[in-house]
Every structure is written in C-alpha cells, then in structure tokens.
Design a protein around this ligand. Sequence first.
Ligand SMILES: *Cc1c(COP(=O)(O)O)cnc(C)c1O
Length: 411
Amino acid sequence: MVKINENYLKLKGNYLFAEIARRVEKFKNSKPEANIIKLGIGDVTRPLADATVGAMHKAVDEMAKAESFRGYGPEQGYDFLRDKIVEFEYKSKGLNISADEIFISDGSKCDTGNIQEIFGTDNRVAVTDPVYPVYIDTNVMAGRTGVNKDGRYENIIYLSCNAENNFVPELPSERADMIYFCYPNNPTGMTLSREQLKKWVDYAIEEKSVILYDAAYEAYIREDGIPHSIYEIEGARKVAIEFRSFSKNAAFTGTRCAYTVIPKDVMAYTIEGEAHPLNNLWNRRHSTKFNGVAYVIQRAAEAVFSDQGQKQINEIIDYYMTNAKIIRQGLENIGIKVFGGVNAPYIWLKTPNGLDSWEFFDKLLGEAHLVGTPGVGFGPSGQGYFRLTAFGNRENTEEAVERFRTKLNLE
Ligand SMILES: *Cc1c(COP(=O)(O)O)cnc(C)c1O
C-alpha cells in the first residue's frame, strides 16, 4: 500500500480567493448591471517594457540559428545576468555580494517555497502574521508544523503585526531558527527601518538562526532610511538569504525570472554543531532539481538593467505608486485609517465601524461595487483589516476612490 505524505492533510484549503470569487459571482447574479471594479489584484497589469521585449526578440533569433543556438545553460544562471545583478543591485550600492552567491530561478514563489528543503525538519519557523501563505504551507508540507487550530498551525511562531505595534514584529520569547520576512510587506504594504531590521539580524547572529528575506517589492521603496536589501544591515551576510524577483518590478509575473542570494558566510549546523555553508547546499539542491531559466528570459531580465530598461520600468512603478497615493489620500480624506501604500503597491486599511474583514468585503461590494481582499485571509492578525492594491489602471483607481467617497455609507 502506497502512503501519502500525510502532512498535506494538515493544509487548510486555500479558500480566500475561491471565497471572494464565489461572493462576487453571487452578487453579479443579483445585480447583473453593476460595474464591478477589482482592487484585489495581486498581479501587475502594465505590459513588459520595450527594452525587455527587444532583448527577448533578439534572443529568440539567436536560438533560431545553429551558430548562436543554446541548449542547457548553467543551472545557477548565465554569467551575463549574475554579473549584472551583482554590479547593479549590490556592488554599486557598496554591498559585498559576488556572482557565485546569486542563483537565478523561475520565481521567488518557488525559491521561498523550496528553500526550506536545505534545513532540518526540527527547526522552529517564525513568520509574521498576516503573511504570504507560501512560507507557511511549504513548511506544513515538509512536516515542520502540527495541525491547524483556529487559523494557526502548531509549532509555528506567529509574529503579530498590527496597528498597535505599527506592524513591526517583536522578537519572539521562544527560539526561532528560520525567520521569514517580506519587506516591503505583502499584504500590509509596510516596511522596516534599518534599525528595526538590525534588531532581527543581531538576534539571528546571537541565536545562530537564518532570516529568509523576501524583497520582491524592493523597487517600490520611495522613502530614505528603508533598506532595499537586508545586506545593508551589518552582519547580515552571516545570517540572511535574500529573494529578489523580476515579477513586480519588471512585469515578469508571466515571464518568470527571479534570483536568490546566499552569501557564503551563511551557515547552518549539524546536531554536533558543525557549521556548513548554505550556499553549498542550495547549489547542490538547485543543480539537482532545476535546469536553469530559459536563455531568452535571462536576456530579457538582463535588459532590465540597461539605461532604457531602468527608465521604462521606473515609469511603470511610478504609475502604480501614483495609484497607491490616490487610494491612500482618497481613503484618508473620508476618515478611513490606512497603512502601507508609500513604499509598496499595497494599501492595508482598518475596516471602519468595527466591521470584520468579510463584513467589510460584503459592504464594499454591495454598496460601492468594489472588490478587495479581506485581511483575515492572510492570517488571524489580519482580522479587521482589508487589502487594496495599486495594480489597477488609473481610471478604475480614481473611480474606485470616488465610489468610496460617494457610495459607501459609513454612518
Ligand atoms: C509576487 C510576490 C513574489 C514574487 O513571486 P514570483 O514567483 O517571483 O512571481 C514573491 N513574494 C511575494 C510576497 C509576492 O507577493
């Protein structure tokens, strides 16, 4: 009798987006004429920049000729891309990262999900609450948790982030080995200052823990004093793995390219206390289970770092961030408490009148024909919050804010 991995049975169904779709469908049936605007999209909507498309076309033509055809490439990525990343994202900013510490992949979802494989199953995992579900679910699958009780898995350390602590996670009272962070944060749109992040880096050094730092929204940072990379923090080279993606900065959500940075100084230990560099383990894992990102796609990613590429992607990010500002200001003007949206494309609002997340969802849909994402769907500490995104088009964003003002009854 073949056995299943029973850890999969502990997983809670991903009801959030299915439940949203169900409620929207039901509403549409009752009011077919309503023009629904979705501010719940977690995907970019502006197309690829010309610079990246041009590079892709050129690479396709190379693949069509015997002289320039490429078969399997290096699993870790082509040097042309790894070198560009090092130069552009790290060296030029005074950060000491080398090309053999960069692993090109087909996405940060895969990387943040797969990274736990190189860690022992008896490590304690800490995540912020609310959270991007990938970090938790992949550890459930691997058997690092108990069952789910009242929205939380046993044996995971949940770091509550809410208005009371200004969304800054406090150091845990129990030992945390693997600490997952995402800054700028999805879903809250909030960030950590250098000082706040330093506290965690110091903790990880002291406890011999590792911080798994998802910086997918780094390009959206607008304020000074907010770290773009965890390696800006002294000592982070010893304890941090950083995940970067071309998805949100360069519209690669459907094109697929990302990278993981593992400095050779980051160690994990055997039971006897013998230190092993995680760079070696991940290299082994990556070259055994992954066969590289398409050449054409890596050329497109390389073009992100050209002058033209940078100019074009920054225009797109500015477009989204102007949407974010329109939403933020519009909601503040009608007295709704909002967070995020300054260094991230997400706006996290406190639901008015003490409504819970789903009650507010129904009210917003019913009165203003707007769809967002209930905060509680990202974890228990998201209860009473609601996520809006800046990825829509300008016209819809403005119309949505207008409906908040004129249609939503906040008496
Ligand atoms: C969108 C997103 C990513 C990027 O994932 P890809 O697989 O690279 O598209 C990573 N982390 C978070 C939190 C995200 O929201």
